[in-house]
Design a protein around this ligand. Structure first.
Ligand code: ADP
Ligand code: MG
Length: 667
């Protein structure tokens, strides 16, 4: 073997720098964090060529004493930590004293800094770790640091830099993350001489989100505010209706520090489970705060990893916080009717035919002139505009249900000859989809299948098999007034008009019921089952035996990774789920090891989805008023039921106020 050498300081510095500084964005992260730690209220970040040739960070923070400047550039030099005890309670973003030394080792650095009370500031230049200048100079309060030619002395690293655009985008994302964590600071980001981000500072969290995410996203956000056992979560999540195809807009902060954390991501997505389509991801900006001794940020040199003293606690705070927020925000789903306001003086008093004709002429003229610009692949037919040749004659349809008095309406009577469809199904017989036709149930005429049916109390007989909802005495029941398109139950309550998708609603009700049944069906095994777990699974099971017990899995752990299962739920889901207690335990262990504490959904989720969907009432099924009423009220009183298990909304609410506004009854 070769002789062991003590590395030369310059080589050692390069190796150490490599751990902290991977790319331009890592430089920006370290330097902006220093500015934040210095109490800056304004931070300007400028980059050129994706940061590889030029980066400048200017802040109005506390500045550094002239004499301390060279020390700040030494490795392990920091003003933020003094003793080992301090490491347990870190309030600043920096604490390792490595950033300036690392940056200076791999680039050319210029620094100007001045403390507020000092008469003169200092200027300092250092390249590749060699000090080139240290002088007193006049300069503004705060610190300006310029980094040129990153990795000029480490060609191997330079080779790995991506295109300028990519590196620049990474910096942009990073600046956004920092800006969102610190709404009290005004951030400005200038990219190749163009200002691309400008947040206002002043502490308004929402306006920081608005600047970063833009209007559409910001206006659909749902606020989160929840605490449990001295851990709290505040911030915003996206509405279940505005989801994304990936996780790029999930921002988590722990005590003001941007972190990547599997626990946080899993808990967020768990909070959204059954409110969001499978394969879609929520977006969030969530701030988790806890006493600093409950989390360890000193895990990696880049300080973006974090370890929690109590994973489950953090998981629960986020999961429940998000769930609550989505439920409470449900009234955001109310329909807002948009009325086109035409000021009286501009109102068009011509006949509607004249207006249509003019629109048509304009549209056709527009197509003629623009046709030359349209690529071949684009359809070039003129837009379809309906121009009535002559005035249509309207006749009153004789069968219109609303014209006939309810009592003598054969249309209504006929439709409510009750057919024994019940809200409860025996799912295991699996034959509900092929229910035998009831001979005297009349087939609805085609127009009835899509039209509105008015439900009259005299037009149906009561049903025994309908679930009675124990209504909240404070909350009035829904009044079912009809059904449209054989799909949506039309109800009113107080000053609201409510439409409920009957399939989605029933599916969700079935889902919740079956879930409770499955989870509470544990039984002792006649012969216990031994399973050998790998180290991660074993550790996760050991830590969370209580969670396993909650879903009916009782286990005893012994040496060598062996886990003995003594009791298990009596139902095994099969169909892609677990077929045996052993399989169930392995799946639960993997979920726990991956940070997902909601093992019941992990084990049963897919199975329940399929089962619930299969057994639920379908659109176009014919249901009695009693069934529809029971269904509607079950939805109304159970706040869990707002989205179907696949994340589609169940209910749509329109207020009388909205209608009155729309019809100009009120201004
Ligand atoms: P750390 O942030 O871990 O302390 P750094 O190498 O990033 O280590 O910085 C070293 C020291 O330099 C800091 O502890 C701080 O005292 C000082 N410093 C760095 N940047 C600034 C700044 N923008 N304003 C004031 N002081 C700064
Ligand atoms: Mg630092």
């Amino acid at each position: 073997m070769a002789k062991i050498n003590l590395l030369d300081k310059s080589v050692f510095e390069l190796i150490a720098a490599g751990e902290v500084i991977e790319r331009p964005a890592s430089v920006i992260k370290e330097l902006v964090e220093n500015s934040i730690d210095a109490g800056a209220e304004h931070i300007t970040i400028e980059i050129k060529n994706g940061g590889s040739t030029f980066m400048r960070i200017t802040d109005d923070g506390c500045g550094m004493p002239y004499e301390d400047i060279p020390t700040a550039f030494l490795r392990h030099a920091t003003s933020k930590v003094k003793s080992a005890d301090d490491l347990d309670r870190i309030f600043t973003l920096g604490f390792r004293g490595e950033a300036l030394a690392s940056v200076a080792a791999v680039s050319r650095v210029e620094l100007l800094t001045k403390e507020r009370d000092a008469e003169m500031g200092g200027s300092f230049r250092i390249s590749g770790g060699e000090v080139e200048e240290h002088e007193r100079t006049g300069c503004p309060d705060g610190t300006t640091i310029i980094i040129r030619d990153l990795f000029y002395n480490v060609p191997a690293r330079q080779k790995f830099l991506k295109k300028d655009v990519t590196e620049g985008n990474q910096i942009q994302t990073l600046v956004d993350k920092l800006a969102l964590a610190h709404p009290e600071i005004a951030f400005r980001f200038i990219r190749d001489n163009k200002c691309v981000r400008d947040t206002s500072g002043g502490g308004d969290y929402y306006s920081a989100i608005y600047s970063v995410f833009g209007k559409q996203f910001a206006t659909s956000l749902i606020p989160v505010d929840f605490s449990l056992n001295s851990v709290s979560v505040t911030g915003y999540v996206s509405s279940p209706l505005f989801t994304r195809g990936n996780r790029s807009l999930q921002y988590f902060y722990v005590n003001g520090r941007y972190v990547r954390s599997v626990i946080c991501t899993t808990a967020l997505e768990e909070g959204f489970r059954n409110s969001i389509m499978v394969g879609k991801f929520p977006a969030c900006v969530l701030n988790i705060t806890m006493p600093p001794e409950l989390c360890d940020v000193n895990v990696s040199p880049s300080k973006t990893e974090v370890r929690f003293a109590f994973d489950k606690n953090v998981f629960d705070v986020i999961n429940f916080g998000v769930r609550n927020a989505i439920l409470n925000a449900d009234n955001r789903r109310d329909v807002r009717l948009e009325k086109k306001e035409i000021p009286a003086e501009k109102a068009d008093l011509r006949s509607s035919d004249a207006i249509l004709r003019e629109k048509a002429e304009k549209a056709i003229a527009a197509v003629d002139t623009s046709a030359v610009h349209i690529a071949e692949t684009v359809r070039t037919e003129p837009p379809k505009v309906f121009v009535p040749e002559e005035k249509p004659v309207y006749t009153q349809a004789e069968t219109a249900p609303f014209r006939i008095k309810h009592e003598e309406n054969p249309f209504v009577q006929q439709r409510f000859v009750s057919r024994p469809v019940t809200v409860e199904y025996d799912e295991d017989s699996d034959d509900e989809t092929t229910e035998p036709p009831v001979p005297d149930a009349p087939k609805p005429a085609p127009e009835e299948q899509t039209g509105f049916r008015y439900i009259d109390s005299s037009s149906f007989s009561e049903h025994e098999n309908v679930t009675e909802v124990t209504a909240d005495p404070e909350k009035p029941r829904l009044k079912v007034i009809g059904e449209v398109f054989l799909t949506y139950i039309v109800c009113t309550c107080g000053d609201e008009l409510i439409l409920i998708d009957k399939h989605a609603a029933h599916e969700r009700i079935r889902f919740e019921k079956r879930r409770t049944e499955l989870i509470t069906s544990s039984q002792l095994l006649a012969e216990s089952v031994n399973v050998t777990l790998d180290a991660d699974q074993y550790a996760a099971v050991a830590e969370h035996t209580d969670l396993l017990a909650e879903i009916g899995l009782e286990v005893v752990l012994s040496d060598g990774g062996v886990c003995e299962i003594t009791a298990a739920p009596s139902t095994f889901t099969g169909e892609g789920g677990a077929n045996s207690p052993a399989e169930m335990l392995l799946r639960a262990a993997d979920a726990l090891a991956g940070g997902n504490m909601n093992i019941s959904d992990e084990l049963y989720g897919d199975f329940l989805h399929t089962r619930a969907c299969k057994s639920a009432i379908k659109a176009h099924d014919i249901n009695s008023r009693a069934e529809l009423e029971a269904l509607a009220n079950e939805v109304w009183f159970d706040e869990r039921i707002r989205f179907c298990p696949h994340g589609r909304p169940i209910m749509l609410r329109l207020s009388e106020y909205e209608l009155e506004k729309y019809f100009s009854r009120i201004q």
